[in-house]
Design a binder for this molecule. Structure first.
Ligand code: 5RP
Length: 235
């Protein structure tokens, strides 16, 4: 069915553009989220039609794994391969230096492992994700092991952040990540130095990973609607 909602159309087009970058015989990091879901679908379409062959995917989440299986993309693990050629993943915010906030789907820990290992990391977003400064509109996700929740929250408050435990939707209680951990979403009034904050947060005992991706993205594809027409531009 053809989508009419402009945001969905932008996501589809940008997903298609990213899928077109995948070449035969490559190892592909498969990101998480609604935009990457279209990229995974289109990679599957290209495999099915014979346009590309011999692809293996490395999923960044249970969601990506389920979608890859649905669309016929063979999967492997980081134990079995020594490199990743290209990773395609979404983002919640992108700044002008191509730094990102990720983790809207609570998958940022595995996403950072896979996306950082890729020779080419392609980010797929709609234009609503572009910001002048990270943290302007999206809270920063921090994955924390359950027994360390209280001390990590206190440590984040001391850094000037306002932490809140992410709660489930249509599930009583908190969101539990694919690794069995919790996610704290943090409001920082200003993220002036994302590289420093990324390290400071990861240095708190009990923090597994935070959603700041600094200097990781190679290409950012932005979906836009101009004069009623969906377009994709490279940032
Ligand atoms: C998941 C992520 C997603 O890539 C991010 O939330 C963007 O998702 P969407 O494309 O659905 O807006 O980081 O942890």
């Amino acid at each position: 069915m053809t989508a009419t909602d402009p945001v969905t159309v932008m996501k589809q087009e940008v997903g298609k553009a990213a899928a077109a970058l995948v070449k035969s015989g490559t190892i592909v990091g498969l990101g998480t989220g609604s935009t990457t879901a279209y990229a995974i679908e289109y990679i599957g379409d290209r495999l099915k039609s014979g346009e590309i062959k011999d692809i293996v995917g490395i999923p960044t989440s249970f969601q990506a794994e389920v979608l890859a299986k649905k669309y016929g993309i063979p999967l492997t693990t980081l134990d079995a391969v020594e490199h990743i050629d290209i990773a395609i993943d979404g983002a919640d915010e992108v700044d002008p230096q191509k730094n990102l906030i990720k983790g809207g789907g609570a998958a940022h820990t595995r996403e950072k492992v896979v996306d950082s290992l890729a020779n080419q990391f392609v980010v797929v977003v709609d234009s609503g994700k572009l910001v002048d400064k990270l943290g302007s509109s999206f809270l920063l996700p921090v994955e924390v092991i359950p027994m360390a929740l209280a001390p990590v929250m206190r440590a984040i408050e001391k850094l000037g952040g306002k932490p809140e435990l992410r709660m489930g939707v249509k599930k009583a209680g908190p969101v539990v990540t694919d690794q069995g951990n919790l996610v704290i979403d943090v409001k920082f009034d200003f993220i002036d130095n994302p590289a420093e904050l990324e390290k400071t947060l990861n240095n708190i005992p009990g923090v597994l990973e935070n959603g700041l991706f600094v200097g990781v993205a190679d290409i950012v594809l932005v979906g836009e609607v101009k004069d009623g027409q969906p377009t994709v531009r490279q940032m």
